[in-house]
Design a protein around this ligand. Structure first.
Ligand SMILES: NC(=O)c1ccc[n+]([C@@H]2O[C@H](COP(=O)([O-])OP(=O)(O)OC[C@H]3O[C@@H](n4cnc5c(N)ncnc54)[C@H](O)[C@@H]3O)[C@@H](O)[C@H]2O)c1
Length: 271
């Protein structure tokens, strides 16, 4: 088997949430495989800075995935600059992080403001729908094949273990939780993956999901130890450990795979 199957040479890959922790990793991954990454983020300056770090022709653009007009402008800018779009990584999300004091108590079912519920779904689900329509639509219409990867999570498959997020000494009704929206968005993305995979199969556009486990990114030691106990491989992921999977899913190496959810979680969902 030739390693050329993993090549993305000459392809242009749009990455939403490109300025974030994993967005930059996806950009490095596809650039190493020969593609030009277009990093889209609501924070356009951060996307440009990240693109400069990645180099190899990567460029950043301001785009809000919840705003269809903004996505059309970004699509036209990508096509104006490179002449094409071959792949899309739907990666943007509101991703409440466990850092410092951890998650907020307002993530609890009883306390979550309706505006927060709506905003999480807007970015995570409506955003992926609009990106599929505007950017995926361009890929499908070009008639040149292509691939889409939706970034889900191990929490698309299992419920968050809320014991992980407990804060010692707080009353039960103030204990923070991973919000319901995260599970709904991620499970929804897996459903969207299957739907789009069949919808665009006849256009040769493959659509798959990846479900990463938690990435080590400066979370408190106590949290990391608790989480590691629930992971057969005994640790969180390093930030660069999804690069090869992204290249596999976007390249011809996975030419007979569509509608699949690739779970890479250190074995967490197997336990
Ligand atoms: N980090 C993890 O441990 C982990 C684990 C599993 C899955 N994931 C998923 O991976 C993806 C990336 O996660 P991350 O940790 O890099 O998150 P992150 O918060 O570091 O990055 C998300 C990016 O999305 C951008 N964004 C937010 N709203 C946007 C909008 N309306 N339009 C355009 N961009 C917008 C943000 O500005 C940010 O740069 C998310 O879908 C997340 O749920 C992350």
């Amino acid at each position: 088997m030739s390693a050329d199957r993993f090549s993305l040479a000459g392809r242009v890959v749009a990455i939403t949430g490109g300025a974030g922790l994993l967005g930059g990793e996806h950009a490095h991954a596809v650039a190493e495989a020969g593609a030009t990454p277009a990093l889209l983020d609501v924070d356009g300056e951060a996307a440009q800075r990240r693109a400069e770090e990645v180099g190899r022709g990567a460029f950043g653009l301001a785009a809000d995935v919840t705003d269809e007009a903004s996505l059309r402008t970004a699509r036209d800018a990508i096509v104006g600059r490179t002449g094409r779009i071959d792949c899309l990584i739907n990666n943007a999300a509101r991703n409440p992080k466990v850092e410092g004091s951890g998650l907020a108590a307002s993530t609890r079912l009883e306390q979550m403001p309706l505006t927060e519920w709506q905003r999480d779904l807007d970015v995570g689900l409506t955003g992926a729908f609009l990106c599929a329509r505007v950017l995926g639509g361009r890929i499908a219409a070009a008639g040149d094949g292509g691939a889409i990867v939706n970034v889900a999570s191990d929490l698309a498959l299992i419920s968050p273990d809320q014991r992980l997020y407990r804060v010692e000494g707080l009353p039960e009704d103030e204990q923070p939780v991973k919000p319901l929206t995260y599970s709904v968005v991620k499970a929804g993305l897996v459903g969207m993956t299957r739907w789009l995979a069949t919808y665009w199969a006849d256009r040769g556009v493959r659509v798959n999901a990846i479900s990463p486990g938690g990435v080590e990114a400066g979370q408190p030691d106590e949290f990391q130890v608790r989480l590691a106990e629930r992971i057969p491989l005994g640790r969180m992921a390093r930030r660069d450990e999804y690069r090869a999977a992204i290249v596999f899913l976007l390249s011809d190496a996975s030419s007979y795979m569509t509608g699949h959810n690739m779970v890479m979680d250190g074995g967490r969902t197997v336990w």
